[in-house]
Design a protein around this ligand. Structure first.
Ligand code: PLP
Length: 448
């Protein structure tokens, strides 16, 4: 009998008892190769001595101080480090405890910015279908995952959702990638105009989509066109890099590869690499200045803002990534990993698409390749694959997204940046084994 309120109330997961590098061990002594860093969190793997030492040193110095009384050296140092490497024009870092808090903070920062500059009529957010921005009510309101929103829809603030950039399913025949990106930007502009351009606060998007449709990489030019549309109407661009940022895609920020600079960018997961819960919003100077010259106060806050031990962990994680040249490794080995996945799974009759960037890859599963038909939602194929992968000692992150209003099945892979090429090959092979086993079982029941 457990008293922990687990997410699945009829099933208690195995107890994790120790972890090292790429591996987590459970109470029965079984080892699992961590191919998803939890949920794209563990960028340095488990038990990194430098991060642990930095956290110990910080606890010995000061573990906690409330931000209404004090700043701390370590929070200042982390903010300096982040700003030094941030997209152009970012001047301040708001340090929170995770991804949803970062998104909530960014939404409120954007709203307050317009109140401060005398545009209080801006009350509306536009985001994308098949997106995920967190589970708190504001983040859920902008998120576009129908399944997650459904029970709470009547209590969410209204937001408009436009199409995600999902070429596998939505790029039209005869349409170039560039034309497709422009069409999406035009759809965004139409949504802004329909709402009334002076009523829209921001467009919110994951630079590379994560936990809804199995890694959605934008087509070239899409975000540039989106940035232009936002600028034309004075709408802010909030990029959510909670999952795809902090090196996951091979550059510190995924938007570097798109050649755009957002007004606000959220990061979390890989920021602290799982050693501590931490997230952040990076803000453009003009947004912070509007507040500092106006009310002088951001009307928001949490008890654990800038938690010193979390800041120490994040600072150490980011320093190790820089010192060990891990961004270049992720870029280089990411290509190799993509090739391994294509070789292991590319010809599989139930693999519709394999896409990704750096150490961030998604595999989309389909009942039939030609029609791109998703499996029946009742099969819960993704949950089955997760179970089979675990039985093979592999942790991957399968989930069901919504495809054309139906549940689709995807597997997300986000290995720690320290993964060797042997680890990556092992991940591809074990995943192929699990996918093959499950889909053969489904085909066998259909045949009867
Ligand atoms: N934003 C994105 C893009 C995410 O992928 C997630 C989590 O998966 C969140 C926000 C929410 O982060 P958290 O679970 O830390 O609250």
């Amino acid at each position: 009998m457990t008293h922990v309120f687990h997410r699945h109330l009829r099933h208690t997961p195995p107890a994790a008892v120790s972890a090292s590098g790429m591996t987590i061990r459970d109470a029965s002594g079984r080892d699992y190769l961590d191919a998803s860093g939890g949920a794209a969190v563990s960028s340095l793997g488990h038990g990194h001595p430098d991060v642990i030492a930095a956290m110990h040193a910080q606890i010995d110095r000061i573990a906690y101080a409330h931000t209404s009384f004090f700043t701390t050296e370590v929070a200042e140092e982390l903010a300096d480090e982040l700003i030094r490497t941030a997209p152009e024009g970012m001047s301040h870092v708001y340090l929170v405890s995770g991804g949803s808090e970062a998104v909530e903070s960014a939404l409120k920062m954007a709203r307050q910015y317009f109140v401060e500059i005398g545009q209080p009529q801006r009350t509306h957010f536009i985001a994308r279908r098949q997106s995920y921005h967190g589970n708190t009510l504001g983040a859920l309101a902008v998120g576009g995952n129908a399944w997650r929103r459904e029970p709470f829809a009547p209590i969410l603030v209204p937001a408009t959702h436009v199409a995600p950039c999902y070429p596998y399913r939505e790029q039209r025949e005869g349409e170039s990638a560039q034309q497709y990106g422009w069409r999406l930007a035009a759809e965004l502009e139409a949504a802004i105009l329909a709402q009334g351009a002076d009523r829209v606060i921001a467009f919110v998007a994951e630079t590379v989509g994560g936990a809804t449709a199995g890694v959605l990489t934008p087509v070239p030019g899409y975000f540039k066109a989106v940035r232009e549309v936002c600028d034309r109407h004075g709408v802010l661009l909030i990029l959510d890099e909670v999952m795809c940022g902090m090196g996951r895609c091979g550059t510190l920020y995924a938007c570097e590869q798109e050649g755009v600079v957002p007004d606000l960018v959220t990061v979390a997961k890989g920021l602290g690499g799982g050693y501590q819960p931490i997230g952040a919003v990076l803000a453009q100077r003009r947004i912070v200045e509007a507040m500092s010259k106006g009310s002088g106060f951001f009307q928001h806050g949490h008890t654990y803002l800038g938690h010193p031990v979390a800041c120490a962990a994040a600072l150490a994680v980011q320093q190790v990534i820089r010192r060990d040249g891990l961004l270049a490794k992720v870029r280089e080995d990411g290509e190799v990993f993509g090739a391994m996945l294509r070789s292991a799974l590319g010809d599989h009759p139930h693999v519709g698409d394999i896409r990704g960037r750096g150490f961030f890859w998604g595999v989309e599963l389909v009942a039939d390749r030609a029609g791109k038909t998703p499996f029946a939602p009742g099969l819960q194929l993704h949950a089955w694959i997760k179970k089979e992968a675990m039985a093979r000692g592999l942790l991957c992150y399968p989930f069901g997204g919504t495809v054309d209003g139906r549940q689709g099945d995807h597997v997300l892979l986000a290995p720690p940046f320290i993964a060797t090429r042997d680890d990556l090959q092992e991940i591809a092979s074990r995943l192929a084994g699990a996918v093959d086993f499950v889909t053969r079982a489904v085909d066998a029941t259909r045949a009867h």
